[in-house]
Design a binder for this molecule. Structure first.
Ligand SMILES: C=C(O[C@@H]1C=C(C(=O)O)C=C[C@H]1O)C(=O)O
Length: 370
């Protein structure tokens, strides 16, 4: 008995000592975060000096460099990505001090697009839900919000057609890229899966869970709706309906999770692009996205690809889409490693402009450190 008490006293003493250390560290962290915020405020003053009204506050290339440096320096017990996430949040709050950043996404709240806004811009940004991918483009174009985020491709389902088609028409610049693991759950008030007669989700999510649904709920009617969060709202009202959505959506819409991890590919990931109105400067590790159409002659595509290949420019994606201006006429979306200001990429792009029937550079942007 006495021994236990003695032991717990010494445990208590040890804990008190460590907690005192934590308090002292927190004080330093808070002091330093305050100093950092004051610097960000000064940056804002410099950006707006002389009454400049079109100052650009969000600098994705600078943010990528800060996060890469955090990961590089990290030798703590925390994983690099987790340390970077903490700094993502600090920068988000500092940036809000300069200017609160509004970001349009395909709503409603709780969609994967919503999660992508938080991942890219942090919780101090203002997510603005709109009802279609087309509307994300239009509100950024009209200047109603600072930026937009749209899904570009999914590792299971391929390209998001609405996004590709808008990119072809839009004057916006791709200013950033991020990947989000899409881990679907089955949400419903049904007491068990066999009570579910209908499954609702966005078309992409239904596609991503096709095999699982076939094997586990073969009797259920499948219906595509405008988003997974919209599906969750319907499932809130009707216990015979299940929605496919994220764990966050389950929290937000207070729906029980019937099944976890129902995506056919366990590595199911969606890549999102940030849309802005300004070009982004090089960050040191960048990508460039473009769309082009080729002349109607033998070897036309080969000549274009050769302009990149002979300069050892790595192509990370090529897809074709109907041009929509003429039947059986196609455009190619190409993503490359490098920034359009890099000498070799500049040369290659000049050559491509000569070879292609039409070329539009969608933007150069940092490869995401998160
Ligand atoms: C402070 C700046 O503005 C913003 C905030 C940043 C930060 O907090 O580190 C980084 C880039 C910008 O998005 C800057 O341009 O350096």
């Amino acid at each position: 008995m006495t021994k236990t008490t003695a032991q717990s006293v010494s445990e208590q003493e040890q804990l008190t000592e460590i907690r005192n250390q934590i308090d002292a560290i927190d004080q330093q962290i808070q002091q330093l975060i305050g100093e950092r915020a004051a610097c960000a405020h000064k940056v804002a003053e410099i950006k707006t000096q002389g009454g400049k009204v079109d100052a650009v506050f969000y600098r994705p290339e600078r943010e990528a460099q800060v996060l890469r440096a955090v990961k590089e320096r990290n030798d703590s017990l925390l994983p690099d990505k987790e340390m970077a996430k903490l700094f993502r949040e600090i920068m988000s709050t500092c940036l809000a001090l300069e200017q609160p950043i509004s970001v349009a996404y395909l709503g409603p709240e709780g969609s994967y697009s919503h999660s992508s806004v938080i991942k890219q811009f942090g919780t101090a940004a203002h997510p603005v839900a709109v009802s279609s991918i087309e509307e994300v483009f239009s509100v950024v174009e009209k200047g109603e919000v600072n930026y937009g985020i749209v899904p570009v491709e999914n590792s299971t389902e391929g390209e998001v057609k609405a996004t590709q088609d808008e990119l072809l028409k839009s004057s916006l610049k791709v200013s950033g890229e991020l990947e989000l693991a899409v881990d679907h759950c089955l949400l419903s008030h049904a007491t068990s899966s066999d009570k579910v007669s209908k499954v609702l989700a966005h078309q992409q999510a239904l596609g991503q869970c096709r095999e699982w649904l076939k094997n586990n709920l073969p009797w259920a009617e499948l219906e595509a709706v405008s988003s997974n969060a919209a599906a969750a709202k319907i499932a809130q009202e009707d216990p015979s309906v299940a929605a496919i959505a994220s764990e966050q959506a389950a929290d937000l819409y207070q729906l029980p999770i019937l099944e976890y991890h129902i995506s056919d590919s366990k590595a199911n990931t969606t890549r999102f692009w940030v849309l802005g109105r300004e070009d982004v400067e090089p960050s040191g590790e960048d990508k460039t996205a473009l769309v082009l159409s080729i002349k109607n002659e033998a070897g036309a595509l080969l000549k274009i690809l050769d302009a990149f290949a002979k300069r050892h420019i790595n192509m990370t994606r090529i897809i074709s889409r109907p041009s929509k201006s003429k039947n059986w006429d196609y455009v190619f979306f190409i993503d490359l490693i490098g920034h359009q200001h890099d000498e070799n990429l500049k040369e290659a792009l000049q050559e491509v402009v000569e070879q292609a029937a039409f070329v539009k550079i969608l933007g150069s942007f940092p490869i995401s450190p998160l």
